[in-house]
Write a protein of this length. Structure first.
Length: 162
């Protein structure tokens, strides 16, 4: 197992190369622009602040009123190590999360992934939005993510009504 000092030496070496800072700034700039893009196009949705994370995930909540009333949120998540965007249905707390995981058990989820109640898991349902996103074409990426998020929300609303 690597010591903390060894890990920090590797971290410092990678930072000195300069690519990590460029990539990280680009991801954060994109996430901020994505949040603004969605807020402008869906003003009735509630949006949270941007959570920058620890280079594991970066996300913001973007929730329609119908889900907010049920103590649910939609998180748009960038997973750094996977280079992937996901949408997560999350509860406002662990109790709500556990209740909805139980509610969705045994249902046909139409391709959505049901989470388990366990430490470190924050989602209830998940859907992949963009795998290996093309950050060089950001407008197209934002439109694709928006379309997939709206599809995800539609599937959730349908599941909640059935």
């Amino acid at each position: 197992m690597q010591s903390l000092n060894e890990a920090i030496r590797e971290y410092t070496f990678q930072l000195q190369r300069g690519q990590i800072q460029i990539a990280y700034k680009g991801i954060m700039t994109f996430m901020s622009a994505m949040k603004s893009f969605l807020e402008n196009r869906h003003p009735d949705f509630a949006a949270s602040g941007l959570y920058f994370g620890y280079m594991d995930m970066t996300y913001f909540a973007f929730t329609p009123p119908e889900l907010k009333q049920r103590n649910l949120k939609i998180a748009i998540v960038y997973l750094h190590a996977e280079n992937r965007f996901d949408a997560w249905l999350v509860g406002i707390n662990r109790k709500v999360q556990a209740e909805y995981i139980e509610f969705f058990k045994g249902k046909d989820l139409g391709g959505l992934i049901l989470s388990e109640v366990k430490p470190g898991v924050d989602s209830i349902l998940e859907m992949q939005l963009a795998d290996k996103p093309d950050f060089d074409h950001q407008e197209e990426l934002m439109i694709s993510i928006e379309s997939n998020v709206i599809e995800f929300i539609g599937k959730i609303k349908e599941l909640l009504l059935n």
